[in-house]
Design a protein around this ligand. Structure first.
Ligand code: SF4
Length: 234
């Protein structure tokens, strides 16, 4: 795919269901594809993507805002939007020119791509992928590098936790955040059951993880589940 095009599965207006901007009205642009394969992923797999140019996407965002706005911001989500960093370099200036704020939802593993677009982003909602939660490898080095760039803008870190999550992973996440800035909000998000996956952790486990964060001075730590699932919105 050329840098001037991106494969996008949907563009729609809804309400942010995760993290510190929960409840904010947003336009969501869902990019197709991801560089990871988390066990708890709730992104529809196999959803058909459509090729968008920057101009066509801008037009669609403008139309949605006209009929459903005003919106707090435009959420670039996925999949992993930074897989399309070259496209974003062209698209984000258009968004900014028309007065929209950009909100990047990212798995936090592609620091070089973030560096290319950070000046054009307003808010970074970054995941720390805990290996015991995802069932995959560790990305501590990438996450640390990524967070050091993201902190130039408004940023918060989110980690999905499951019944498999080890407290050593939570301790390491907290240690890295504290090393960058202990005021960065850290959101502990219990995994929502999806398809055949059901590993939502219990209350005691969530409280233990929250205590680890707070006792290690990451003072803006919270437990927040995926609220859009509870509300029954997309
Ligand atoms: S990083 Fe996000 S989109 Fe990618 S597989 Fe994991 S949960 Fe799904």
């Amino acid at each position: 795919m050329s840098a001037s095009k991106a494969e996008i599965t949907e563009v729609f207006s809804s309400v942010q269901g995760e993290g510190i901007f929960v409840g904010a009205r947003q336009i969501f642009v869902r990019f197709k594809g991801c560089n990871m394969a988390c066990e708890f992923c709730d992104t529809p797999t196999g959803a058909a993507g459509k090729e968008y140019s920057c101009a066509v996407l801008m037009n669609e965002v403008r139309m949605i805002d006209g009929s459903n706005g005003p919106h707090h911001s435009v959420s670039l989500t996925g999949g992993e939007p930074l897989v399309y960093a070259e496209f974003l370099k062209s698209f984000l200036p258009l968004l900014k020119k028309e007065g929209f704020k950009s909100y990047l939802e990212t798995n936090g593993t592609l620091p070089d791509a973030l560096l290319d677009v950070i000046d054009l982003i307003d808010i970074v909602a970054m995941d720390f992928k805990l290996p015991s939660s995802t069932g995959g490898g560790a990305y501590w080095k990438e996450h640390l590098e990524f967070l050091k760039i993201a902190v130039r803008k408004k940023v918060f870190v989110k980690s999905v936790v499951t019944t498999d999550t080890k407290k050593e992973d939570v301790i390491e996440a907290v240690r890295l955040i504290r090393g960058v800035n202990k005021k960065i909000p850290f959101i502990i998000q219990p995994a929502t059951p999806v398809k055949t996956f059901n590993k939502r952790p219990g209350e005691n486990c969530l409280l233990e993880f929250l205590d680890i964060a707070l006792k290690n001075e990451v003072e803006n730590s919270r437990v927040i589940p995926q609220m859009h699932k509870a509300w029954g919105v997309k």
